[in-house]
Ligand binder design. Structure first.
Ligand SMILES: [Zn+2]
Length: 269
């Protein structure tokens, strides 16, 4: 049975995931099964849902995440394609609940689709967000082409070098991605070290973290907003590249123009 039919607010959140999954595919950021999405849907869970039986045995997360007590998540399925998820999110992802003890979970709906292999790192990020009282409920990992290309140069891997350049390409980047782009040097995909470095960098007050030669990890209140931050940053990278392709180094907005913008919009940093 499709549980979502009876829960329009929950359905709306999962529809946003499907919408974003379609964008990721259209933009060429989600080849094969690339990328991951998890959203914290606990706010939409009522007693009737809590009473639903599990579809699977409890599975270990691999760590204790104490702030996830009583939490529920929608997770992209392991090995599933974003382009398939866009069509049918509940056949290519599942809803899980965290079990007492905060070290294991079970799949509740709609089908026993195994969550992404990146689940422990995504859940660790959600645990971190809840611990600091953040309103953020969505996490996104994807492979935006131009942003990934930037990380193949040492110059753009320096702290805030890419942020400054991207902000200076078009005023909206500074306004709509006001915390910039955090940088994580290359680490093995799926590793504990990568998850820890991501949380450390988010904690330096970035919403979008760049993994060298791999992709981005973004968090925001919902999945559309997380996508928008990555989209805005990647657009700025495309403008930089367009200027370079025209044969010149783009001038960029001046420090004074950026300062005025920050004051006018009351932006952080
Ligand atoms: Zn990836």
């Amino acid at each position: 049975m499709h549980i979502l039919i009876q829960y329009p607010a929950l359905q709306a959140e999962i529809d946003k995931v499907a919408e974003v999954a379609g964008y990721l595919w259209q933009k060429g950021w989600a080849e094969r099964n690339g990328g991951n999405i998890t959203i914290n849907v606990t706010d939409y869970i009522d007693d009737a849902l809590r009473a639903l039986p599990a579809l699977t045995e409890p599975r270990p997360i691999g760590k204790v995440l104490p702030h996830l007590a009583g939490c529920w998540f929608y997770c992209k399925g392991t090995g599933r394609r974003m382009r398939d998820l866009a069509r049918d999110p509940m056949a290519n992802g599942s809803i899980i609940r965290i079990l007492p003890g905060c070290d294991s979970y079970e799949i509740v709906a709609d089908a026993p689709v195994d969550p992404t292999s990146e689940l422990p790192s995504h859940l660790a990020v959600h645990d971190y967000l809840l611990a600091k009282g953040s309103p953020y409920r969505a996490s996104l990992h994807t492979h935006p082409i131009e942003l990934v290309a930037l990380t193949h140069s040492r110059k753009w891997m320096e702290k805030d070098a890419a942020t400054k350049m991207l902000w200076s390409m078009i005023p909206e980047t500074r306004a709509f991605c006001p915390r910039g782009l955090g940088i994580v040097p290359y680490l093995m995909p799926s590793s504990v070290q990568l998850a820890e470095a991501t949380i450390r960098t988010l904690n330096e007050d970035y919403d979008v973290v760049m993994w060298e030669k791999h992709g981005v990890f973004a968090v925001d209140t919902d999945i559309l907003n997380a996508f928008d931050q990555v989209d805005v940053l990647n657009k700025a990278a495309q403008i930089y590249i367009a200027a370079r392709n025209m044969g010149f180094e783009p001038e960029g907005m001046t420090e004074a123009q950026m300062r005025d913008l920050s004051q006018a919009f009351g932006l952080p940093k």
